[in-house]
Design a binder for this molecule. Structure first.
Ligand code: FE
Ligand code: FE
Length: 162
């Protein structure tokens, strides 16, 4: 196998999303602790549990392609997490704090939606239908989380932030 074909690219990004999910798993507990509205805290708690399940799903995909589960450092997710931490610090104690928290979380969800969508398409292209289905389960959870966060923001947080 060439090391620059689609199979290699698929494995590379499987490793970057594995790295990302691990980082997100660490980033969520402080976000849960910081969320004041019960709806937002509960949405983050649910997604923290889903994140652990997503990590296990990625390990299943590694197994399907006979590769060892390992992360590849990804500057994209590290930047999004860092930006979220900075804005949370800057708006700490202010009316718009939870709006900042949601904005940070949604940037991360959009990154994940992009990655899982791409990986699912590549899995299909490579004839890895089981892997494609596993990736789709996580993609659906990311999409649902993004929608729930939009609803929470639009229903209450944004108004309180003004
Ligand atoms: Fe995730
Ligand atoms: Fe997510």
């Amino acid at each position: 196998m060439s090391d620059k074909n689609l199979e290699a690219l698929f494995l590379h990004h499987l490793k970057t999303i594995y790295f990302a999910e691990t980082q997100i798993g660490k980033a969520l507990p402080p976000m849960i602790a910081a969320a004041k509205s019960p709806e937002l805290r509960s949405a983050f708690e649910t997604h923290a549990r889903e994140t652990q399940a997503q990590i296990r799903r990625l390990e299943q995909v590694f197994e399907i392609v006979s590769a060892k589960p390992e992360g590849a450092p990804c500057d994209g997710i590290l930047g999004l997490i860092k930006e979220g931490e900075a804005v949370m610090r800057d708006f700490s104690g202010g009316e718009a704090f939870e709006a900042a928290l949601i904005a940070a979380a949604q940037s991360i969800e959009h990154y994940e939606i992009a990655r899982y969508g791409t990986l699912r398409a590549w899995a299909r292209q490579l004839g890895l239908s089981e892997a494609a289905e596993i990736l789709e389960e996580s993609l659906d959870e990311e999409t649902d989380t993004d929608e729930i966060l939009s609803e929470i923001a639009e229903d209450m947080i944004n108004e309180e932030a003004v």
